[in-house]
Design a protein around this ligand. Structure first.
Ligand code: AQP
Length: 337
């Protein structure tokens, strides 16, 4: 396929985005990005860095801008292939925020108030509970509806937002006639939910203040090893799953995700061995997966001008697709365009 995901009879369109709110974690990679790569052949994929979403939490401008382009380079290093998809920064396509505003007028206050991510984030950023944080799901709905996406990959944490997107699309279509494709959730084949290494009851997040809680895809091998060795576990010593063994459950999930081994195989491999041996093995397996990505990433980072030009080139193509939806929407609601 050319680098223009024109609709084909064969392929459905899929939209997904990732926030440049910090560096990519192992959670982002195993839970989302590795699937972005796998889905490229099955779908017409439209991928973006969701940098407009990121400013709902205050950012240092210089670091934020650099992170956005670095994340783009890292996505390429992970295997996102611009000959099969579009990859751009959300802020380069103004139609996201234009449609975001229209969509917000079809989103109810009560609906946004029920979003668990809003509740969580307003607790962790109690000093800055801004309107953008509240309206985050309606901008996310616009991101998806703008490209008439048929499918959106969802992990557990994004199900509620996609459900809202579907409700908004149906509401709009109900009033104005068929305008938006109502997107279906797509459960990726390689699902993985990675938990914090410091508190395995919480998901691993790139904006966690405790740097030992997450593994970055760009962490040097020695750092990865150190973080796994200090991962919080329980006081038993059996490498097997258990109700009060969230730390070990998480390490088993990670080990299984990077090696493809089943629980039974892992239990057999570490029978009679302690947590120390297991943690070392998990660290080594993760390093083996990340090393080639890190090598490509270093090469790509040598020319950040090129990286930004790629983002701009794909944004122009995305903007042309978005414009078709914007023309329709403005006409239907009676806005002069
Ligand atoms: N721990 C995780 N395990 C599996 N998948 C994860 N994702 C995030 N954390 C995990 C998935 O990564 C994609 C991109 O996420 P995002 O950056 O848009 O926002 P997020 O989900 O809020 O990710 P973070 O790392 O937790 O960011 P911050 O700290 O800024 O809130 C999504 O598909 C997400 O499911």
């Amino acid at each position: 396929m050319e680098n223009t995901p024109e609709r084909t009879e064969r392929k459905k369109r899929l939209f997904s985005a990732i926030q440049p709110s910090g560096e990519m974690t192992l959670g982002n990679y195993l839970g989302a990005i590795r699937n972005w790569v796998a889905m490229q052949d099955e779908f017409d994929c439209i991928y973006a860095t969701a940098n407009m979403h990121t400013i709902t939490v205050r950012q240092d401008p210089k670091a934020f801008r650099a992170n956005t382009n670095k994340l783009y380079a890292l996505l390429l290093a992970c295997g996102v292939d611009r000959s099969k998809c579009l990859l751009f920064h959300q802020s380069l396509v103004p139609a996201h925020t234009e449609l975001g505003w229209v969509v917000s007028t079809f989103t109810q206050f009560g609906e946004l108030s029920r979003m668990t991510q809003f509740k969580d984030k307003s607790q962790s950023h109690a000093d800055n509970i801004n309107c953008g944080l509240f309206a985050y799901p309606s901008l996310m709905a616009a991101d998806i509806l703008l490209y008439q996406a048929d499918a959106v990959p969802v992990g557990a944490d994004q199900k509620q937002h996609l459900e809202l997107t579907r409700n908004i699309a149906e509401r709009f279509n109900g009033i104005y006639g068929k305008t938006f494709i109502v997107p279906e959730p797509y459960i990726p084949k390689l699902g993985a939910r990675v938990m914090s290494l410091a508190d395995p009851t919480k998901k691993m997040s790139k904006s966690d203040e405790n740097t030992r809680a997450f593994i970055l895809v760009t962490d040097p091998p020695a750092t990865i090893m150190k973080k796994f060795r200090s991962a919080v576990t329980d006081s038993e010593s059996c490498v097997c799953r258990g109700e009060n063994k969230q730390g070990i459950n998480n390490l088993m999930d990670i080990y299984s995700a990077v090696t493809g081994k089943t629980d039974e195989e892992i239990v057999a491999e570490f029978a009679g061995k302690g947590y120390g041996d297991f943690k070392t093995a998990v660290g080594e397996a993760v390093i083996a997966v990340l090393e080639p990505i890190q090598r490509r990433y270093t090469e790509l980072c040598a020319d950040m001008g090129y990286i930004e030009s790629c983002a701009r080139e794909d944004a122009a193509k995305a903007a042309a697709l978005a414009e078709r939806t914007m023309q329709k929407v403005y006409k239907k609601v009676g806005l002069v365009r």
